[in-house]
Ligand binder design. Sequence first.
Ligand code: UD1
Length: 417
Amino acid sequence: MSIWRVQGGYPLEGSLTIQGAKNAVLPVLAATILTGCETELTNVPALRDVEASLDILRSLGCAADRRGDVVNIDSRDLTGCRIGRDLTGRMRSSIIFLGAVLARCGQARIAMPGGCELGPRPVDLHLAAMEALGAEVSVERDEIVCRADGLTGGPVRLDLPSVGATENAMIAACAAKGESVITGAAREPEIVELQGFLRALGADMEGAGTPVITVRGMRPVRRVGWRVMPDRIVAATVLCACACAGGDVELRGLDPAHVQSVSDQLAAMGARLDAGARWLRIRCQGRLRGGRTIVTEPYPGFPTDAQPLMMAASLKAAGQTVFEENIFEHRYRQAVQLARMGADIRLEGRRAVITGVERLYGTRVEAEDLRGGAALIIAGLGAEGQTDLLDRGHVARGYERFDRALNALGAHIEITD
Ligand code: UD1
């Protein structure tokens, strides 16, 4: 367990290059086993979920080494097709290995990922996608078992635009015979990134970023190099931190379009935003205005991952701000903790109504999930006095040396274990 000690009241100023994206690198790591080849990934963030993925790769017989932000994977000698509970328990998104292991080995056995802090996280769409590609799927004693004597291309219809199920379908379809057409696909930037990586691996694929993705198989290559895209949720976190604490921050290296739903809301609340080709600047002075209704939706709508962050940014905004969470069931866990800091939050099922307060006060709070933890750090930056955030490793799942990044912008954060 660690404690983030945040001294509030310091505006953020300066520039920051955004780290590589967790949600982009996880499916890319899984896809490295699709064919036996050597992969060099750069801009790989040092995160708990990335380390868990590397351990999964090693458990399957791959070589996986990290030097700084460079990760080398050699999947030529893959030996295993089973991922046990010890590993899936460490990373909830380990289901992302399903399509790749099945495609490479003709079978995959993956221990059920277990409960999720955001509410039930079913895998029915992942399994239906594998079935649509010709796999036999069963659940045996809490283990997902998929078998296929060669996958067959065909229509893969997703009833919901699930990010992970779209990624699994894209990866598995690369190894299928014939053409696969994935409809109802998620359109997140990380899907476009995965298509780019799969193409570099030799896949013939198009359509990522639209609801229809067509895959026509692949001609494997021996070596691939890939640079991981910047993390749009980390970018949203810094934008919201600046909105809460005040200041003037330039984010570098990102595509501003990837955070537009967040920056548009902040601009409507009174922040000043300017964007260029690979940068975004936010300036916040004085009190922001509430009055918005923020509804979480699949991309390009407002991301569920940014909802707790935006909630923290809205706590001191004048007037009422309403949130409507449509993606996950238990995504307001930060609300109780934020209320301990003086926030006025009313929960009504899927909705949360925030009435802006003039001040927040530092106190002892606890992170209950990754983005909820980040929201408490944001609130701490905008609060009076000291916030002690108890964190059982949630924040390190998605943020790399985040205390240093914020301190370089003028924050006063210390972490003790
Ligand atoms: C990914 C992101 C996560 C983000 C989420 C939504 C990664 C590693 N994680 O998670 O940060 O919050 O997208 O943008 O990329 N669902 C089903 N059946 C399924 C799969 C999903 O009903 O088989 C439902 C889920 O319960 C949820 C919704 O679909 O309500 C969206 O989930 P999904 O897009 O699959 O999220 P993840 O890929 O797990």
